[in-house]
Structures are given as C-alpha cells and as structure tokens.
Ligand binder design. Structure first.
Ligand SMILES: O=C(O)CCC(=O)C(=O)O
Length: 264
C-alpha cells in the first residue's frame, strides 16, 4: 500500500486556506506518483489557535468531512484525514477522520488525552469513545493523536484488537523532539506493527514544531524520516505481511501473561 505522508505547515486560524493548500498538494501527488493512501497531521485546518476555536471549529464535522470525502472519491485515494477542531453542541473535540477511496467515512476518533502543557483541557473536551481498529485494502489499522503517543496502553489496546499499522497525527513541539522519536520506536517494537506519523512543521505562538514524520517498520527500523523544518512528502510502500513475520520471529503476543497486568 503506497503511502504519501504530508508533513505540512499550517496557516493559523484559516481553515479555508489550509483546505485549499491540502487540495492542491493532493492533486499534485496524485498526478506525480499516485498513492493509495495519504496522511495529514493534527489540527491541520486551524493549528493550535485555541482561543479562536469557538468561532472557527467545524460544526459536527462540517465542512472538513465533506471536503475530505469529496477529495477521496474524486481522486480515488484513502485519506487518514489528520484531525481538526470539531464543535458538537457545547464541546469542542480534537477529531480525526478516515475516509476510503470511495468517499465513505470509515472511522472517526476524538483525541482522548488532552495536553496540559498546551492548555488544551481549558478549550477542548477529551474523547470518551473507545479507539477502534478499521480496515482499508485488507490491512487493519489504528489511529492515535499526538499526546496519546505517551500512553502505551492505547497503542497496545489497538494492537490487541489487531492493528497492523498505527497512525499518529501530530503537532509535536521541537522542545520534546527526542521523546517524539523514541516513543514511536518503542510503540513499533513493543506492538510489532508499523508506526506511521505525520507531524507539522513551522511555529505558532512561540512554539516550534519538529516535523520528523516517521515510517517505522514492525521491527522498529526507521524506513523514512522527515526533516525538522521543511514541508515535504514521505512516500513509501508498506506490506502488512512483515507484521506476521516479525510476530512469528519474536512471539511477544503469545508470551503475554495478561492476568499479571491487571489494573492497567
Ligand atoms: O506530549 C508532548 O510532548 C506533545 C503533545 C502535543 O503537543 C499534542 O498532543 O498536541
């Protein structure tokens, strides 16, 4: 499955302009080197303009949901649609959306863990729906959002539900870039699955973001790594058969003793 991961910069507080930018990028990708699936970063419509979200967040997923569905259908590409601020009644969620290449919504997820360091809990509501595994082209996939990466329980839960690939959509700051990389390697090694991330570059409100989008294979080897400061696209074809091979070679899942980890 050929991936194109977009490590993009984001215009703060201007969803229209970011949607236009993503559309132009996708059309170019499809023309040059058609991917099967594309991946966008966290909060790519607005960036972390938390104090403006009440005015500029999507309402019940619109218009970003229709925008992504239309793009996916027209260009016949699956879209891991990063995440966007999404107002539902009085609450604003950090919502991720996945659509298939027929323009159908296959998964939606609200970021569970909110970031105290960015004051997220003052503006956003944490998701309380269980993360699920979804399937595209016969590959089982999970998705987490940025700070969720620090909670191994969540990635493990997805792996136990069968995820062969876990996507991470992020706006991860440069100040903690070593954690960004190390945690992704750990999640790939311990869960023996692909970890594929899209992180923004650029800066907002004094916070710099570190790019370094990654494709890590189920052995924990980095097969692609984005730069720290350039908009760029990582293109890579992955084969889910590597997951089974590595799980046979080092049979961690068969060696688990779950009754010893209760209370996790
Ligand atoms: O955990 C971190 O250090 C960064 C998390 C973050 O920036 C986010 O979830 O948006």
């Amino acid at each position: 499955m050929k991936h194109a991961i977009y490590q993009m910069d984001i215009v703060p507080g201007d969803p229209e302009s970011n949607r236009k930018h993503v559309k132009e990028w996708l059309i170019k990708q499809v023309k040059e080197d058609k991917p099967d699936i594309v991946v966008l970063p966290e909060m790519w419509t607005t960036a972390y303009t938390l104090d403006q979200l009440d005015q500029i967040a999507d309402l019940d997923g619109e218009p970003t949901r229709s925008f992504l569905k239309e793009l996916a259908k027209r260009y016949q590409v699956h879209i891991i649609g990063g995440s966007f601020a999404n107002k539902v009644e009085d609450a604003i969620y950090n919502t991720a959306l996945v659509v298939n290449n027929e323009g159908e919504e296959v998964y939606t997820y609200d970021k569970i863990h909110l970031v105290p360091m960015l004051n997220e809990p003052a503006y956003l509501t944490g998701g309380r729906k269980q993360a699920r595994v979804f399937e595209l082209d016969g590959i089982k996939m999970g998705l987490i959002i940025c700070y969720d990466l620090r909670f191994p329980e969540l990635a493990r839960e997805l792996a136990l539900k069968g995820a062969e690939v876990i996507y991470i959509v992020a706006e991860w700051p440069s100040a903690r870039k070593d954690h960004w990389k190390a945690l992704q390697l750990a999640r790939a090694i311990e869960n023996q699955c692909y970890i594929i991330s899209s992180n923004r570059i650029g800066a907002y409100d004094g916070v710099e973001f570190c790019g370094m989008s990654l494709i890590v294979d189920p052995w924990g080897t980095i097969i692609q790594e984005g730069s720290e400061d350039q908009e760029e696209t990582l293109v890579e074809t992955i084969a889910a058969s590597n997951v089974d091979r590595i799980r046979e070679e080092v049979p961690v899942f068969r060696s688990r003793v779950p009754e010893m980890y209760q209370g996790w």
